[in-house]
Design a protein around this ligand. Structure first.
Ligand SMILES: Nc1ncnc2c1ncn2[C@@H]1O[C@H](COP(=O)(O)OP(=O)(O)OP(=O)(O)O)[C@@H](O)[C@H]1O
Length: 469
């Protein structure tokens, strides 16, 4: 298995002292997990390397033979404004530091500074560079309205602009190491989004999915971190956790909104320190996988109400997407209907049935609280019982009537049917307007319109005649 380099761009270390270059490189790799490192001892080579290679960050010594650090800093800022520069100098002079920052250096360190501080500074600069690159990619995508890897999203059927923006955003952040929070109602396709993001990340490991709902704190730790033999009663053999199984791939934690407070602390520590301890072990292991989390809950609200840790919430939502509910992307309904009809027919070894023209209209007037999963279930049920060439609407009508009970219909007082502060219309006018609106939404189909109005079809027909007379 090939090891993925971190970060995706190279970090160029420039110093004429070979021993400093070697020790900084080792420290960055061991303590910072930074593996994409390029060393340069001759300051005359720096500009050539920047022109040829994908370098995102440079650490620069100031006192060097041939070309001095400040001269190089000027050149880099001018010719490669997207490359970040950190100065690491032997000179502990405030004036020089201020001057370097003025020229455009991101930060300034003295060689005698604590190594941990230096590594943290370099990691901070890497994170900022990543955000900068992601922003640029996002802007490029949005301006061109293009996707670089449409094939990664092929399993997700959609023609919705909101979904397309989500795809564009994911393309921009897929290679980052930071977590991604995927929000959306149940059944909107969050797991498909996680799969697509993993594909886009090109990470060498696999995608490992864990549903954390219902896991108590011990189970959570055991599932993720694994255990040593004898760690607890019944632990007869050692078992690797899901983090280890994900290796350098993606760890997808679903239903994160249900995580207990104790497990939230464990997850935060894992993300902050990039390390964990298998149960019963005192030797830390490194988190190499990228963490994706999803929830159907309103995490911002949970956080505001004190049910979800604020620090974890902000850490998780470094990158975040909101998947629109199916009722907010109704143009997807006919596409998904056709997609699931073909899939269901193929899986059941039947000929693909033809959907009646009014079926998409019926479906478009339904709220789909269970989103795409609910539509899929309806279609599979309909194809399962279907016999003739034309698909029967009965299964759909039954499912919709069952779900569209009083419980799922929002009470009228919760919906804004009136314009505030305007005079009220007459009762008979409202009834006529409602009938017209229902017929418009039902595209002229009286059976569907009567269902929308919750009256019988003959009653609607009578009202229509009155309206036309
Ligand atoms: N746009 C789509 N195109 C094709 N299939 C879809 C789409 N969205 C969802 N599905 C299908 O609908 C079902 C539910 O999707 P998924 O499990 O990804 O939803 P989810 O948001 O993760 O749900 P939950 O919150 O309940 O875990 C799956 O069978 C999935 O393949």
């Amino acid at each position: 298995m090939t090891k993925s380099l971190y970060p995706t761009f190279g970090v160029l270390l420039v110093d004429d002292e070979p021993s400093f270059l070697r020790s900084l490189g080792i420290a960055l790799e061991r303590s910072g997990g930074i593996t994409h490192i390029r060393r340069c001892q001759d300051s005359r080579d720096v500009m050539g390397i920047l022109a040829r290679e994908n370098i995102g960050l440079v650490t620069l010594d100031l006192t060097m033979p041939h070309i001095g650090g400040e001269t190089l800093l000027h050149q880099i800022v001018e010719e490669h404004p997207d490359v970040g520069v950190i100065v690491i100098s032997g000179l502990n002079q405030v004036e020089t530091a201020v001057n370097c920052i003025k020229i455009g250096a991101f930060d300034y360190f003295v060689k005698t500074d604590e190594q941990d501080r230096l590594i943290e500074g370099i990691k901070r600069a890497i994170r900022l560079q990543e955000l900068r690159q992601e922003n640029q990619a996002l802007r490029r995508h949005v301006l061109n309205d293009t996707l670089d890897h449409p094939e990664a999203f092929a399993p997700i059927v959609t023609a919705d602009k909101g979904m397309r923006s989500v795809f564009q955003y994911l393309e921009s952040v897929a290679v980052s190491r930071e977590p991604i929070l995927v929000c959306g109602e149940s059944g909107t396709g969050k797991e498909l989004i996680a799969r697509a993001t993993h594909t886009l990340s090109k990470r060498p490991g696999s995608l490992v999915c864990v549903n954390v709902a219902g896991l108590d704190d011990n189970m959570f730790a055991d599932t993720l971190f694994g255990h040593q033999r004898g760690a607890f009663t019944g632990a007869d053999t050692a078992r690797a956790g899901m983090i280890e199984q994900a290796a350098e791939g993606t760890l997808f934690l679903d239903e994160i909104g249900d995580l207990s407070m104790a497990s939230q602390v464990k997850l935060l520590r894992l993300l902050q320190e990039g390390e964990y301890y298998p149960l019963g072990s005192d030797r830390p292991k490194k988190l190499r996988a990228r963490v994706l989390v999803a929830t159907h809950q309103d995490l911002a609200k949970k956080q505001a109400e004190g049910e979800f840790r604020k620090d974890l919430y902000y850490r998780l939502r470094t990158h975040h997407v909101q998947i629109p509910a199916l009722r907010h992307r109704k143009q997807d309904i006919p596409l998904l209907l056709e997609h699931f009809l073909a899939r269901a027919a193929e899986e059941m070894g039947k000929a693909k049935p033809v959907a009646p023209a009014e079926l998409p209209v019926l479906l478009s007037n339904y709220d789909f609280p269970g989103n795409v999963r609910e539509l899929r279930a309806m279609v599979y049920d309909a194809v399962g019982v279907h016999r003739s060439r034309m698909l029967s609407m009965a299964v759909f009508k039954r499912a919709i009537e069952f779900n569209d009970s009083e419980a799922t219909r929002a009470p009228v007082e919760q919906r804004s049917v009136f314009v505030a502060d305007e005079p009220l219309p007459a009762l008979r006018d409202v009834a006529d307007l409602l009938v017209q609106e229902a017929m418009r939404r039902a595209e002229g189909n009286q059976s569907i319109a009567s269902r929308l109005l919750d009256i019988s079809q003959p009653a609607l027909s009578k009202r229509m005649k009155k309206l036309q007379s």
